[in-house]
Design a protein around this ligand. Structure first.
Ligand code: SF4
Length: 428
């Protein structure tokens, strides 16, 4: 979601006449888009913000802005007080104050900005995600379809930072998806904190399965992905949509977070270990070839060794394709931070994390062997360190050495080597 927000802001800035640079020293505007989902992410954002201060002193017209969850959707006076040299603070998905600050501060310095009026900023803001023209031609574009979250899992800071769940207008989504395709996107990733709740807060009867069918009809689009789903809302209609719509890739992100029922209850996830196993079995019955990812937090308050073993067993039994692992860290204002003791030591959290990591490495290493010697269609997204990087339908990273320009192409690749985290191959 942050990547999508950053892309949206950079398109707006391009429209105002700016160009992107990878060098902080060269920049006239530096925007830090921040995540606070874990303490380590927050510490990183604060550290980076401190490291930018000398640049600001050396170049007074430099605009430094912070957006995202560090600011939150209700503002953050303490942050503003702590960083008085930051020029603008914006809520997640709402870059208005950054654009206004840019216009005010740079109007006398830069030609295009001097001609930018209040109306231009307003029209930029009225245009929503993704419909700005851009010089960038991303092969895979992120398109938010559900903003915020109303679920309130005990550990999660996102609802208080991004606000309540709002499904976006399907007409708007389709318009934006078409614009993305017109400017070169081959794949669109539909985003939501609980993406499979799409449309449940609207009364037009268009839920995620229907929306996927509408996006599937867009000419020129090759692939569709969506994340992240919640096990309670992943209906048979969704399974059918993934199984039958040709552009929807066979990959589902379905977080479980923990394997023990007591921990799941304390997390307020709304399902049990058995229910999660049932939905995975049901999905695999209907789509044997699907790839499934999950998220897991180790060391949640009250997670005993026996409780952790349930998570370990679940991962060992289900053999999922991806497990995004995290160590619990209490986030301010969440239910677990206020009412549950953070009673698993940092060392123990790390031990559990490593144990799952090594299990998953073995599981995925074995799963990936099935691709060895096969030909898989790969959509190429970029070239890095002399190799083309793309993704298979099952969302595996595939690397290929080739002098051809493969960007944006889907090509069959013969897989010559399969490791746990990536595949290597040659063009067929
Ligand atoms: S579903 Fe739970 S974990 Fe996901 S964003 Fe909402 S509150 Fe956070």
């Amino acid at each position: 979601m942050n990547v999508a927000d950053s892309e949206r802001l950079s398109r707006a800035l391009e429209k105002l006449g700016y160009q992107s640079t990878n060098l902080a020293d060269e920049a006239d505007i530096i925007v830090l888009n921040t995540c606070v989902v874990r303490q380590s992410a927050e510490d990183k954002a604060l550290g980076r913000l401190n490291s930018l201060k000398p640049l600001k002193s050396a170049k007074p017209h430099l605009i430094i802005a912070v957006m995202g969850c560090l600011v939150g959707n209700k503002g953050n006076p303490a942050l503003e007080k702590r960083f008085p040299w930051v020029d603008a603070f914006s809520a997640p998905s709402d870059p208005e104050s950054i654009l206004r600050t840019v216009r005010e501060r740079h109007a006398s310095l830069f030609e295009p900005i001097s001609k930018t009026g209040e109306d231009d900023i307003t029209s930029l803001l009225q245009e929503e995600f993704g419909i700005y023209t851009s010089n960038q031609h991303a092969v895979s574009e992120n398109l938010p379809i559900v903003l915020g979250c109303s679920h309130a899992c005990a550990y999660c800071i996102i609802p208080s930072k991004r606000g309540r769940e709002i499904s976006r207008d399907p007409k708007r989504i389709i318009e934006e998806a078409k614009t993305m395709v017109a400017r070169g996107a081959k794949e669109i990733v539909l985003l939501g904190q609980i993406v499979d709740r799409y449309g449940l807060d609207r009364d037009d009867g268009i839920h995620l399965a229907e929306l996927l069918a509408m996006v599937n009809d867009i000419d020129g689009l090759e692939r569709i992905r969506f994340l992240t789903s919640h096990p309670n809302y992943f209906t048979d209609d969704m399974i059918k949509a993934v199984a039958t719509l040709p552009k929807v890739m066979p990959h589902i992100e379905l977080p479980i977070q923990a394997g023990d029922d007591e921990v799941l209850k304390a997390m307020r996830r709304g399902y049990t270990n058995a229910q999660y196993r049932d939905i995975i079995a049901h999905i695999r019955d209907l789509m044997p070839d699907v790839s499934i990812g999950t998220d897991i937090i180790v060391g949640f308050p009250g997670e005993s060794e026996a409780a952790f073993d349930e998570t370990y067993k679940l991962l060992a039994d289900l053999k999922l394709d991806v497990a995004h692992l995290a160590r619990y860290s209490p986030r301010p204002g969440t239910y677990s931070e206020r009412f549950l003791a953070d009673d698993v030591s940092a060392d123990e959290k790390m031990r559990r994390f490593r144990k799952l990591e090594s299990l998953q490495k073995q599981v995925v290493g074995e799963i990936n062997q099935r691709f060895l010697g096969q030909s898989v269609p790969v959509l190429f997204e970029e070239r890095a360190k002399g190799k083309w990087r793309g993704r298979s339908p099952h969302n595996r990273l595939v690397f290929v050495e080739s002098d051809e320009i493969l960007l944006g192409q889907i090509r069959d690749v013969h897989i010559d080597w399969a490791g746990p985290w990536s595949l290597l191959g040659t063009l067929s």
